[in-house]
Design a protein around this ligand. Structure first.
Ligand code: ADE
Length: 300
């Protein structure tokens, strides 16, 4: 391979050590990697260094119409300062007359929601591995007072070794916070305090881990309903049930995270120490984080 990744940080500086201003001409653009609400993500290669990365292209007109410029600024400000193996790096950004470009780490195994669609559901070991990696990354975010607020399969990517990477910090803020931007899209991953527009803090992410753990094991989120209103009612009442095939340990962890009162949710450190996590995730790390064949549950 002639595009072995060089020193990841070095290509983003000039020889003199000053930060370089990037332009579209500095990159060769490859295949689309994903579709977003305000534009697409493309595989790209920086011409000089041959460094492979992902370029997220956002249309200024669409950002202005939706009034989300402040969210994009926050995304760049927050994500560019985070350094964790389970958080997608944001190396920099630039813009031209019509578009904003985010220079992102390339996650070679792609989008986690596609993997979940393919497998329908994950087994205990794979789910516990992802929950461990997610909890570890969120523990780091929360230590910097950053709350993500939008943890869902669509915002999770997979690195070269199958490790989880949190992407898309568009909804992230510093805690505590109230929500001033209108919620759009699914309510499925949001806790009662957020859908009801109350003040909230980092404990919103604990709820989302519970929702995600359920979805990994069952194949659909716990409060899913036909209408938005019905999902709202089910979340507000914490109305969900684990199917029989969910193991006792997993059901116990989920029940400790899906608590209406944010103060009653299991803290991240305790999530990492939970017996179901300890039993299932350690076996994965011993095998260097690569799920072996037969660890996914087929759809039949
Ligand atoms: N899809 C969306 N963003 C991506 C990224 N950074 N790497 C790989 N696939 C993606």
């Amino acid at each position: 391979m002639d595009n072995i990744q060089p020193y990841p940080d070095s290509i983003f500086k000039t020889i003199s050590g000053t930060l370089k201003e990037w332009a579209l001409d500095d990159f060769e653009i490859g295949r689309p990697l994903g579709k977003g609400k305000f534009g697409n993500v493309y595989l790209a290669r920086e011409r000089q260094s041959k460094f492979i990365l992902a370029l997220k292209v956002l249309f200024k007109s669409q950002l202005e119409t939706a009034g989300v410029e402040h969210q994009l600024r926050r995304e760049v400000e927050i994500q560019s300062h985070l350094r964790h193996p389970n958080i997608l790096r944001l190396y920099g950004y630039f813009h031209d007359h019509s578009r904003v470009y985010l220079i992102l780490e390339y996650a070679p195994r792609g989008e986690l929601y596609k993997e979940l669609q393919k497998c329908t559901k994950f087994d205990d070991r794979r789910s516990a591995k992802y929950i461990t990696e997610l909890s570890d990354a969120l523990l780091y975010c929360h230590s910097k007072n950053v709350i993500h607020r939008d943890i869902k399969p669509e915002n999770l990517l997979l690195g070269a070794n199958g490790e989880l990477k949190i992407a898309d910090f568009g909804w992230s803020v510093h805690a505590p916070s109230s929500r001033r931007t209108t919620l759009c899209g699914t309510l499925d991953y949001l806790p009662p305090e957020m859908i009801e527009g109350r003040m909230h803090d980092e404990k919103v992410d604990l709820w989302s881990i519970g929702v995600l753990c359920y979805e990994f094991l069952v194949g659909k989120p716990p409060f899913e309903a036909v209408t938005h209103d019905e999902t709202y009612r089910r979340i507000a009442k914490v109305d969900y049930k684990c199917p029989q095939f969910v193991s006792e340990g997993a059901a116990d962890l989920i029940s400790r995270l899906l608590k209406h009162n944010p103060n009653h949710r299991l803290p991240l450190k305790k999530v990492l120490e939970h017996p179901w996590i300890a039993e299932n995730a350690s076996k994965m790390s011993e095998r260097r984080g690569v799920p072996s064949e037969g660890t996914t549950v087929s759809s039949q």
